[in-house]
Design a protein around this ligand. Structure first.
Ligand code: PLP
Length: 383
């Protein structure tokens, strides 16, 4: 049944998969566990042959993911790293890609320790500066992959400027949109070609699944990544597809609360006498504040902050009670971590130091609890 009325993204997300099986009229999406499908006749197919190549539960999710980002094709992977791996498999030996220097440690690791062996050339650049990006382009440069805001320092890249630059130099423009999600930031509107997510984070939102997402703006590029996904096999299993569909239904509500909580906590941390610096794009003092306001609908739920010393940071991690000292982010439960040791441990020490990822820097993934409870916990842990 199709509604003639125009639906907002929030409505479409809630309605994802409703009535997908006309025979039963099911509201909740069925989990199709079948690994294989009967052929009606030789050379004929129901559209489903073998679950790696296509699965009805995954198809509903993937169509929802494409809609969510406003792209032509969505693909669901077994992890964010599987989606990123598939993205890098698109390139050939000798190709050069530019990536944000303030990025997820796992992306750095796979480029440096895996793809380097196959001759993929990489430069890490400060993508908050379009001129630094332009200066790093060589004759072999094929793509730019950015994270904005960055991780863990939350620097903001200018999507419009980078989109135009990629167009001028015919670079594939890819955005890891894990931190803000399409509820807050819509990279295709700025000319991005590919959007990647760790679905383990906000899209999943409950710290209970590992998933990855890749969406392309154009169908042809989507076919290419589907070919790579089907060839290498890092698909999301149907049970997890179901969980991710369920999570997407509350994404809008969750993101609103993550943002409201984070704004309140960032302002509180900023006024705390034992906190040295707070990195949150929602603060007026953040260098990316104005740009964030122009290109995003909110500042997200991630905050990094520097305390007095490495010992003080360790004290906070030991004393938190409500907040969990754990890696990952984007779930309803608040988490706090030490990027220099945990999420960014694979970045060489000299680079960490230059970027400012030292052992007095803490990263907070603000959940959807009562913000005053989170503040009370931080207060006693910082004291
Ligand atoms: C976690 C994360 C990844 C990796 O995703 P997994 O689901 O852990 O494989 C990639 N990019 C960003 C920004 C992340 O936070």
């Amino acid at each position: 049944m199709r509604h003639p009325i125009r639906q907002t993204l929030a409505t479409e997300l809630v309605q994802l998969g409703v009535g997908c099986d006309e025979r039963t009229g099911t509201i909740s999406v069925p989990i199709y566990t079948s690994a294989t499908y009967r052929h009606p006749a030789v050379g004929e197919s129901t559209g489903f042959d073998y679950t790696r190549s296509g699965n009805p539960t995954r198809q509903i999710l993937e169509e929802g993911l494409a809609k969510l980002e406003g792209g032509a094709r969505g693909l669901a992977f077994s992890s964010g790293m599987a989606a990123l791996t598939t993205f890098f498999l698109h390139f050939s030996s000798g190709d050069h890609v530019l990536v944000s220097e303030d990025l997820y440690g796992g992306t750095y690791r796979i480029l440096d320790q895996v793809f380097a062996k196959f001759g993929l050339l990489v430069s890490y650049v400060d993508t908050t500066s379009a001129s630094a990006v332009e200066a790093a382009i060589t004759t072999n440069t094929k793509a730019l992959l950015i994270e904005t805001p960055g991780n863990p320092l939350l620097g903001v890249a200018d999507l419009e400027a980078l989109g135009q630059l990629c167009k001028r130099h015919t670079l594939l423009f890819a955005v890891d949109n894990t931190f803000l999600t399409p509820i807050l930031q819509r990279p295709f509107e700025f000319g991005a070609d590919v959007i990647i997510h760790s679905g383990t984070k906000y899209l999943g939102g409950h710290n209970d699944i590992c998933a990855g997402v890749l969406v392309t703006r154009e169908a042809k590029l989507g076919d290419r990544f589907y070919f790579l996904q089907n060839s290498t096999g890092a698909i999301l299993p149907p049970q997890d597809c179901y969980l991710l569909i369920r999570s997407l239904k509350t994404l809008t509500l969750r993101i609103e609360r993550h943002c409201a909580n984070a704004e309140k906590i960032a302002a509180w941390l900023d006024g705390h006498p034992r906190v040295r610096t707070v990195y949150y794009p929602g603060l007026k003092t953040h260098p990316g504040h104005e740009l964030s306001k122009q290109q995003s609908k909110g500042f997200g739920g991630m905050i990094s902050f520097r305390v007095e010393s490495a010992a003080h940071a360790r004290q906070v991690l030991e004393k938190v009670e409500l907040l969990s000292f754990a890696e990952s982010l984007g779930g309803v439960e608040s988490l706090i971590t030490l990027p220099a040791v945990q999420t960014h441990g694979d970045i060489p020490a000299a680079d960490r130091k230059r970027l400012g990822i030292c052992e007095s820097l803490l990263r907070l993934s603000v959940g959807i609890e009562d913000p005053d409870d989170l503040i009370a916990d931080l207060e006693q842990a910082l004291a």
